[in-house]
Design a protein around this ligand. Structure first.
Ligand code: SF4
Length: 502
């Protein structure tokens, strides 16, 4: 592990005496509390303090105080973490907001504007319409004075469109309580700051099967209009499902939630024949987004079962792909998850055993189970080509290559994404700590202590934009150099089903 240098002392700026006092109280438990500087009320005093910042020695600047909420969905006491403050970008805002939420505080990210007078009524609505979430009278000049150093701004909402300035006393007290509660988190933010390197694994993120499945839903929405029903998550990723939902896709667990005659998309993980038959009986308009590489495994299952083989399906119980494949020949197929399961296998004929695999397994784990099958049944038949798909194999090889040179690996992907979880396990098997994150907001500051090289990858169902967002957020903690290690390149594309082909 590469050691980072000693942390530079942070500086907390708080305009008002009562704000500074609330923050100091929040820091009481700290062994080395950061300096809390009272900078004064209003833009003029803030600008004067900012002018003197060059005389001060500090590593990071945190600006904290109360502020006015501009949108109706904010409540007094909410914390707004600035993504942009005037002209200054505060890139680590998603990390900070995530850490505040994990501490039980109501935190959101958004743009903060600094003005030189109190804002009321119509002006509040105008700023909200321009995309600002919060208003204050000091942050922008102070943030600009941080220069190249990490800077963050937290404003606790004291008034909102529903509770304007007339209610500032109770609103102000709620805001001060939030500031006090947020203070310990600012210390963790400061401790996580430092220069780092990111090693990007290549390939990473979307595979051809996921791109195809998402495109199928998008085209179905365009062609047939909303709602388009999708059985199960189209791919296992929270962000993808959220975006498609906002565009009119309706995700259901089972077909009985789909109205008769409606359009339904089968997810990339595939379905069993029983589900297909049910859809036909209900006269649903089906568009099949099953990945062709999953369909290939289904076809193998049908072929082996028709030839009288007992099928050992190597995979994870409960995964949708496994349920779909098991359904092709339920009488002939047994799920084996471990070498112990192989020892328990009781085939009809030990000379007629074949095995298949879930497409998103760990290459090492699958090799262990298939090895046990070969040992116990020397005549065992294997699939004609590897069932673990190219995308899974490539992403595991790529992350192994970056894990070797990293202190920590971050894997973008959702918890129910099999191939993403396997990437975490691949790193851990290689001796490097790894965490699965849906987005930048899931990164915990404690993970970054003593870490100077971060490996970064994304599962096959995680959008490339999430990787960009993670890099951007990490760049807000200090100088960040990014390099990529490409172990192979991919050019596979799958055609679309006729229902959505132009
Ligand atoms: S991970 Fe593999 S099997 Fe799954 S959708 Fe992607 S290409 Fe297809």
């Amino acid at each position: 592990m590469t050691e980072t240098g000693p942390p530079s002392p942070p500086l907390i700026c708080a305009p008002l005496r009562i704000e500074a006092r609330a923050i100091r109280r929040g820091l009481r438990g700290s062994q080395t509390p950061p300096e809390v500087l009272r900078t004064g009320y209003g833009t003029t005093r803030a600008a004067r303090q900012a002018g003197g910042m060059s005389q001060r020695s500090f590593g990071q600047m945190m600006i904290m105080g109360v502020g006015g909420g501009l949108t109706a969905d904010l409540s007094v006491g909410d914390l707004v973490v600035g993504t942009e403050v005037g002209d200054v970008t505060c890139a680590s805002a998603p990390l900070l907001a995530g850490e505040l939420r994990r501490a039980g505080l109501p935190a959101r990210t958004g743009r903060i504007i600094t003005v030189d007078h109190l804002i009321r009524g119509a002006q509040r609505a105008k700023l909200a319409a321009e995309g600002w979430l919060c208003v204050d009278m000091e942050s922008a000049p102070l943030a600009a004075a941080a220069g190249d150093r990490p800077v963050a701004v937290i404003r606790a909402v004291s008034d909102t469109p529903h509770r304007p300035l007339a209610g500032i006393v109770p609103g102000g007290l709620a805001a001060l309580r939030s500031l006090r509660a947020a203070a310990p988190v600012t210390e963790r933010w400061a401790a996580a700051c430092g220069a780092r390197q990111v090693l990007l694994a290549g390939p990473r993120s979307f595979c051809a099967g996921v791109e195809r499945a998402i495109e199928i839903v998008e085209r179905a929405l365009e062609r047939y209009g909303e709602p388009v029903y999708v059985r199960k998550q189209i791919v296992h990723n929270t962000r993808v499902v959220g975006e498609l939902t906002s565009r009119g896709a309706v995700f259901v667990d089972e077909l009985d939630q789909v109205p008769d005659g409606a359009t339904v998309v089968f997810s990339a993980h595939g379905v069993s024949p029983a589900v297909r038959n049910d859809a036909e009986r209900r006269r649903l308009a089906v568009i099949d987004a099953t990945c062709p590489l999953v369909s290939k495994v289904h076809a193998e299952a049908r072929r082996f079962a028709a030839d009288g083989y007992t099928l050992a399906l190597i995979g994870h119980a409960g995964h949708e792909e496994v349920e779909g494949t098991l359904g092709e020949a339920p009488e002939s197929t047994v799920l084996v998850q471990t070498a112990e399961d192989v020892a328990r296998l009781r085939p009809r004929d030990g000379e007629r055993v074949a095995y298949l695999m879930q497409t998103t397994l760990s290459v090492d784990e699958a090799a262990e189970v298939s090895g046990a099958l070969r040992e116990r049944f020397p005549a065992v038949r294997a699939p004609s080509s590897d069932d673990i798909c190219y995308a899974t194999t490539n992403r595991q090889a790529a992350v192994r290559a970056v894990a070797a040179g990293s202190d920590l690996v971050l894997v973008a992907g959702s918890a129910n994404s099999s191939n993403s979880v396997r990437l975490v396990e691949t790193c851990e098997r290689a001796g490097t700590k790894a965490h699965l994150i849906d987005g930048a907001e899931d990164i915990q500051f404690d993970w970054l202590a003593g870490v100077s090289v971060i490996g970064l990858t994304a599962g096959a169902s995680a959008p490339p934009a999430v990787v960009d967002e993670i890099i951007s957020a990490l760049s807000g903690l200090g100088p960040l150099s990014v390099s990529e290690r490409i172990t192979t390149t991919e050019s596979i594309r799958f055609g679309l089903p006729k229902e959505v082909r132009h």
